[in-house]
Design a binder for this molecule. Structure first.
Ligand code: FEO
Length: 404
């Protein structure tokens, strides 16, 4: 088990978690994830972040190949969430650092997580603070809500290295450590998935941080996040920043996602008729049955879609539970700038489209076309109405996108 030198005297000492499948409701299937931690060797040796608790031994092993743990002088806690600080108590015990550096909110989070923190040499740093470690310095930038209030970046200007914690992360478990070592489409998908399942609600804060990176004229030719692969080279860094700006601005395409559940295939037939209407009007779509798709996958698909259409039969005077769970998850992630539609079948009471419409409008989505609902098995006429609904929604989406 080795560390990996990512720049001269800067090492990756993290852990690859092939088995993890859930991150507070976000499905990590089938990839797993990584918990990246980094060591800088200088007059003061610094450990940036740690790993999830069960990987403490891995971190200690990789670190020990470089130096004795007690040779670490500073530990930087860029983020207190336990996937990065689970090993912190043990590392403080082993390393006995002179200082544990964290943001003001980081100190508060440490106090709330770790009994015995009073004995730790906590030192609060703020945006713009710089700490000399010898030939290098560490400059800090608080990045609140990326992805917790305490989060911060560590910039090492002498190496043009940005240690970005959760930001620019991807949930990928692999032997490779650099993004340029694997298929760019895989990296792009993983970044899209990660952003839209974790970072999306904090898009206004992302835009603020991107502005600060420009204002501060941070020189960066490597972004080292705490999850997934490292981006090296100025082109890769520029591409990362542009991708995050595009995600945060929630720019979408002339595409739709149709999400539904069904009991006896009536709502499914309606979904397919709507898709045909969309397609005939020039808007491609993906149909996602919630029995076969995780709500995380819906959010990843929604990343590029300007239109979301949701269907459910009426079920016990409500909607189907998988659809309900998906809507709850989606609402929390605060997608913006979408059009929406609703449809569904029913047996007697028929509340489905009302419930769906209220949920979609509650997320701020415009619904320019009346929902379609049908009692029991859809007739030829009803499927025609679904087709017309798809076509009308496609036309509304195209007009909206063309308006800019
Ligand atoms: Fe990777 Fe917010 O923790």
């Amino acid at each position: 088990m080795k560390s990996l030198e990512i720049k001269k005297d800067i090492f990756w000492v993290g852990a690859v978690d092939y088995a993890s499948r859930d991150f507070h409701g976000y499905s990590l299937s089938p990839q797993g994830t990584t918990y990246n931690a980094y060591v800088v060797r200088d007059e003061k040796n610094v450990l940036f972040d740690t790993v999830k608790h069960e990987f403490t031994g891995t971190l200690v092993c990789r670190l020990s190949k470089l130096m004795k743990p007690e040779d670490i002088d500073y530990i930087v806690v860029n983020h207190v969430e336990l996937d990065h600080s689970g090993a912190l108590p043990r590392m403080i015990e082993l390393c006995k650092p002179e200082a544990v550096l964290c943001s003001p909110k980081g100190k508060s989070a440490i106090e709330a997580h770790f009994p015995g923190w009073e004995a730790w040499p906590l030192k609060v740093v703020k945006s713009g603070d710089s700490v000399s470690i010898g030939k290098r310095s560490i400059r800090f930038l608080e990045t609140p809500m990326l992805h917790w209030p305490d989060s911060m970046f560590s910039h090492i200007p002498e190496d043009r290295l940005l240690i970005s914690n959760d930001a620019f992360g991807q949930n990928i478990a692999s032997s490779e450590r650099f993004a340029d070592e694997i298929d760019p489409a895989v990296v792009d998908h993983a970044m899209t998935e990660y952003y839209h399942n974790i970072v999306l609600p904090y898009s206004p804060q992302v835009l603020k941080v991107l502005g600060q990176i420009e204002e501060m004229k941070l020189e960066v030719d490597m972004i080292a996040p705490d999850h997934g692969l490292i981006f090296r080279g100025k082109d890769a860094v520029r591409s990362c920043l542009e991708t995050y700006r595009r995600f945060a601005e929630q720019k979408t395409q002339k595409r739709a996602v149709i999400v539904y559940d069904t009991m006896w295939h009536s709502t499914r037939k309606m979904a397919h008729a709507i898709a045909e209407g969309l397609n005939d009007a020039g808007v491609p779509s993906r149909i996602m049955d919630m029995k076969d798709n995780h709500h995380s996958a819906v959010m990843t698909e929604l990343a590029r879609c300007g239109l979301v259409i949701v269907g459910s039969p009426t079920h016990n005077n409500g909607i189907m539970p998988f659809v309900s769970a998906m809507l709850t998850y989606m609402k929390g992630l605060r997608p913006k700038n979408r059009l929406a539609g609703a449809f569904g079948s029913y047996g007697w009471s028929g509340e489905c489209v009302k419930i769906l419409s209220e949920a979609l409008q509650g997320m701020g989505f415009d619904m320019p076309v009346d929902p379609v609902r049908h009692r029991c098995v859809p007739t030829h006429e009803t499927l025609g109405a679904c087709h017309a609904m798809g076509k009308a929604l496609a036309e509304a989406l195209i007009a909206r996108c063309d308006e800019g």
